[in-house]
Design a protein. Structure first.
Length: 182
């Protein structure tokens, strides 16, 4: 399944003629936008049903969060039926509340900055798995302003394009064709 991001053009499979291959190389020149889950590269120009994708992502994450709350409610009722005691019931509720709050914060931060230490971020995967409702709610609330992670991707892409244009602009031609001075 493709998001129409020009994968065939970038790999050179788009055209059978020499001009088709030249066009494919022209498309692949320079940095390419990084796709975002559920949005592909539609975040760049806000095309290809971007608004509908945002609405769908918001609705989907909210439905998933509500369904997850029902699952946790049934799990809590199971603990009550097992008669584990008040301390265990309170401990489970507090654990899910704290983990959800931390997962919300970490997910929200991840939309605007890359983690400074990816290994430390990986060590929090268990916490995020327990607090998955917080992550779903962060995704839901972020879709009101942008595609989750759009600002980060846009900043990185524009920086890469600026650097690429600056490098390309300072060149005056192919260095191998210049005449050597004696």
């Amino acid at each position: 399944m493709s998001d129409n991001t020009g994968d065939s053009a970038a790999t050179g499979k788009g055209g059978g003629t020499a001009s088709g291959r030249a066009d494919a190389k022209a498309v692949a020149a320079g940095p390419q936008p990084e796709p975002i889950r559920f949005f592909g590269t539609s975040w760049l120009e806000h095309d290809q049903g971007y608004g509908l994708r945002r609405a769908g992502a918001a609705a989907g994450s909210l439905v998933a969060a509500v369904a997850a709350c029902f699952v946790l409610r049934f799990a809590y009722e199971g603990l009550q039926l097992a008669d584990t005691g008040g301390f265990v019931n309170v401990l489970v509720v507090v654990m899910f509340a704290i983990c959800s709050a931390m997962a919300f914060r970490k997910t929200w931060e991840r939309f605007s900055t890359r983690p400074a230490d990816p290994d430390a971020d990986r060590s929090l995967q268990g916490l995020k798995a327990i607090g998955f409702i917080g992550s779903l709610l962060a995704y839901f609330f972020r879709t009101f302003t942008e595609a989750p992670g759009e600002a980060l991707h846009r900043t990185e892409y524009e920086t890469a394009r600026t650097q690429y244009e600056r490098r390309r602009g300072t060149r005056t031609g192919n260095p191998s064709t210049r005449k050597k001075r004696k």
